[in-house]
Design a protein around this ligand. Sequence first.
Ligand SMILES: Cc1ncc(COP(=O)(O)O)c(C=O)c1O
Length: 786
Amino acid sequence: MNVALQRPLSAADLNFNPARLPLDRLVDFAREHWGIAGDFTPLEGERDQNHRVTVGDGTSYVLKVSAAGESEGAVDFQVAALRHLERHAPELPVPRVIASKAGKDLEWIVAADGARHMLRLLSWIPGMPVSECGPLTVQALRNVAAFQARLARGLRGFFHPHGRHFVAWDIQRALLLDPGVQAWVADDAKALCADFNARLKREVLPRLPALRAQVVHSDGHADNLLRAAPESDDIVGVIDFGDMVHAPLVQDLAVTLASFARHGEMSLDNAVAQVEAWNAVLPLMDDELEVLHDLTLLRLATALALYDFRIHATEKPAAWLTEERPGIVRALSKFLSLDREEVHDRYRAACGRVGRAPASVDIEGLRERRGRTLGPSFRLFYDRPVHLVRGEGTWLYDADGRRYLDCYNNVASVGHCHPHVVGALARQAATLNTHTRYLHDNVVRYAERLADTMPGDLRVCYFVCTGTEANDLAIRIARVVSGQEGVVVSDDSYHGNSNVVGAASTCMYPKSEQPAWLATVPPPNGYRGEYRYGTPDIGLKYAAKIDAAIAKLEERGEGAAAWLCDVIFDSNGTILPPKGYLEYTARAIRAAGGLFIADEVQSGFYRTGDEMWGFRYADVVPDIVTLGKPIGDGHPIGAVITTPAIAEKFAAKFSYFNTFGGNPVSAAVGMAVLDVLEREGIQQNVIAAGKVLESGLAKLDAKHPLIADVRGKGLFWGLEIVRDHATRAPAVAEADRIMNLLREDGFLLGRTGAFDNVLKIRPPLVFTPDNARMLLEGLDRALERV
Ligand SMILES: Cc1ncc(COP(=O)(O)O)c(C=O)c1O
């Protein structure tokens, strides 16, 4: 590597000091040397003092004044590159160098303080920076990459002695590894890059000098690429040649991928589309494809290191540094969490190299094998089952690459494959995984953090692996503590699948088979239950049903150990407990010597927006809270949270061990989910998207007679579909058809309720207001067609 590339970075490298020549001098100078006069408008410039000059016929130019002390070689490098492009790639819309009257590309001016500055005049490229145009379509992203490839092709064969000059942003410098810079890098960035740095030194940097190299633009950035109009996908020009450097050709594509990942266009699909578009113009070689992903990561890490260096090592860091930094962290986390093999395979496939055998798309064959090996109990959704192979945020992708908006899966609470969660999982899995009979910090910290979200004395956590296990243990604790056996649940309840909890899941088997220790209450369904909307004290009327259930258990000699309540009544078609309901039932079960178990598997983690836990809408603190599904963003975690007093009574008779529950990996995942909930505005998103659903569903209710009742809050909604509003006859076949029509239209949702006629909307918590609007349009279409 060249000496210039390796010199240490200093604050002076980043403290640019653009010239500040008085305007009248520039006006005179431009007239004298280029013969132009017109309107001078100052333009932003980090290194140069820039003006747009518009002359009488409307033609515009850019007059650039270099900073005092700027290297003549660096400026000549840019001028020569533009001259090269003018000759060898005249079709490319890049600025043209306008020679002075004396035929020179550069003129020198002496400022009042005696400092000498270089002046250049360039043609003006019309267009608006891509960064000012809002979200990009995939086609626009492809056009960006194709444009950069054309530019790189145009620069092929261009040589300049200054090509190996010092550019802080240059990926080859691997700035993050520079000890002088590292001292300034924030801890989160260091942690993020710790593993990556080691691999970089070992595997990536040594390969760079052997790659095909040339002068590259190295700044295919949304601020530098221009579009004709905000809606246009076409790239009509590029500006800023200040980061140009002699480097591996593939570096230019890595910079482009990293730049657009930083600006929110961060899916692997988008990156693949850009790689494909670049390759179509300037085919990539195998060894370039092998390092492309790592170079993209390295560019993001370099950006992070530079931002941190600037924030900490310069006197007055600009506000945009701290504003843009989280976007870089997000993009880097995301790209670090991708499976490198998969990225590599997809990049290769995009460039026409033979990839891995495609995932099985023989749906019928897979379905048949599944039936044979898993047996008939495991049901599939949809007439045409969906074969999913990938998920990201609120999107799911099938084996044919079709994407579906996930409106159903609460388990992927903070979004499918959230990079922070996946990263936490991967890091801990690569460090240690074992059980809870050894001391480990993770499980303790996780228990403390979960307990902090609970009211009252709820601060002892038992970690398990599923909601079923949580409810099973909760019932066991209640039985031990109360000395009684009976359990009250609602009709058509669902709490899990173990022997005990399966029996407490009354929606899963005939009522005649219910055991003697079980008694049920009707759910507080104001649409089709005994008491309808508008009944005074409807909550208390439904709640009082528990008295008869408890009496039944006492008559049978079972006694009442627990009232186990899914506080959003998911399997009953989504019902928010009416006012007074939970308070009354909790009091009643306690009066009978039993415990109130709030099953938060469905309602927990801000599902309904205003509160983190469903029971918090009522004035009640449960004796036991059970958690599952959304707690681990897809990783199997469950928890039972109770009071020290109850835990002690249980421990007096039983010890408890769960091989996998509370292991360091699960605890790391659980904490990562809490991090995301705290940092990424999830609650606000649920509230905002929930409001869009609330008003939109009300409009659909008014428009489509098939909808009879809309219930829910936040990101949990049930739509009761009926044949006839008078008889309330459930429209089961129609609900099924709507669900299938939506599947074909790219929306996944479910059905629930005693009759399976309630459409269930329960998406990941990162489902945005825009996602909500898309779903409302999809629902409208399906309801028109059914
Ligand atoms: C309210 C409720 N509790 C418990 C469970 C059981 O959780 P798991 O499937 O993780 O055992 C479920 C699952 O659907 C549920 O909806």
